[in-house]
Design a protein around this ligand. Structure first.
Ligand SMILES: NC(=O)c1ccc[n+]([C@@H]2O[C@H](COP(=O)([O-])OP(=O)(O)OC[C@H]3O[C@@H](n4cnc5c(N)ncnc54)[C@H](OP(=O)(O)O)[C@@H]3O)[C@@H](O)[C@H]2O)c1
Length: 295
């Protein structure tokens, strides 16, 4: 099948392209260098790429993912996350091409105390979440053949993500002789880390499926950012730098974040297909990839 991937230089898009290339003809696109240039906010260009490549499925991973950046520049966030998705949804609708849209736990407000299912009502509390929800609505309104896959707290051995930030900060402290200065990490926001490769395999498995609709997909289990950071350093064998838990109020950012955004894979559970590995196993693999990359 001919599959168009947006955001192909990003954390997820890169692994989606490699997973797909085993079975499909893939066109990876991005605004970043290294693949076919496609700015999804450019309507004409979106239709031009469709005309040239004639995709039979689109996996839409491109987004403005800098959550604080979205809060500072809402116009840009809506242009990329909502209008960009709208453009792709319009092109998919006119080509009758299924679209797989990657969305986020941040569509929820975090007020629940048990995992969110696909049947819970979104209520975003920040611009990133609202602009991604607008993208979900565009896909739902325009494309009968759509998948919306909500995920959270993505990690990968490349790109900008929390696990690599913690590892780099700890190493910097050690290199500067400041290992006794602990890392402070928020302990009152709970979610589920997700290895980008597990998500990429799941997204690829949807190509050709007719089981359209909304899915939640993360690694299983949940933790706070503090537990996540502690586990990353433990598995990396970095004992010199300690992690200290703090409250969200002690780490002021421009963005309100949900306190609790664990996603229950209810749709997969009901289909009898919820067998995603635990986040700790995913972190173990990530550390091994990180270690290999440094050798
Ligand atoms: N990261 C997470 O923890 C997380 C959690 C939940 C959901 N998600 C969703 O998962 C998807 C993949 O995220 P990711 O972590 O792989 O993000 P990422 O690493 O930031 O990749 C996104 C890619 O899209 C590109 N892009 C930005 N604006 C674009 C535009 N106008 N046209 C085309 N490409 C554009 C980015 O380029 P630049 O880098 O040059 O901007 C980047 O290469 C996104 O839809 C995101 O909302 C992510």
């Amino acid at each position: 099948m001919r599959v168009l991937v947006t955001g192909a230089r990003g954390m997820v898009g890169r692994l989606v392209c490699s997973a797909l290339s085993r079975q499909h003809t893939v066109l990876g696109t991005d605004v970043a260098e290294g693949c076919e240039h496609l700015d999804i906010s450019d309507t004409n260009r979106v239709f031009e790429v469709f005309e040239e490549f004639k995709p039979e499925t689109v996996i839409h991973c491109a987004a403005m993912t800098d959550v604080d950046g979205c809060e500072r520049d809402p116009d840009r966030a809506y242009l990329v996350n909502a209008i960009g998705t709208w453009n792709l949804a319009c092109a998919c609708a006119s080509a009758e091409c299924p679209i797989i849209y990657v969305s986020t736990d941040y569509v929820f407000d975090g007020e629940k105390t048990s995992p969110y299912t696909e049947f819970d009502n979104p209520n975003p509390i920040n611009v990133y979440g609202a602009s991604k929800l607008a993208g979900e609505e565009a896909v739902k309104d325009l494309c009968a053949k759509h998948f919306i896959v909500r995920t959270s707290w993505i990690v990968a051995p490349h790109g900008k993500n929390f696990a690599l930030t913690i590892l780099n900060l700890a190493q910097k402290r050690i290199a500067e002789g400041a290992a006794d200065k602990p890392l402070t990490v928020v302990a009152d926001q709970i979610g589920s880390p997700t290895h980008a490769r597990d998500l990429a395999e799941f997204l690829s498995s949807l190509v050709g499926s007719k089981l359209y609709g909304t899915y939640h997909f993360t690694n299983s289990g949940s933790c706070s950012w503090f537990e996540f950071a502690s586990t990353v350093l433990e598995y990396a064998g970095i004992k010199q730098v300690k992690v200290v838990p703090i409250k969200s109020e002690e780490w002021p950012t421009p963005t309100r974040r949900p306190k609790y955004s664990v996603l229950r894979h209810y749709r997969l559970e009901l289909l009898g297909r919820d067998n995603v590995r635990n986040w700790k196993e995913a972190v173990r693999e990530l550390i091994s990839e990180w270690t290999t990359a440094r050798q």
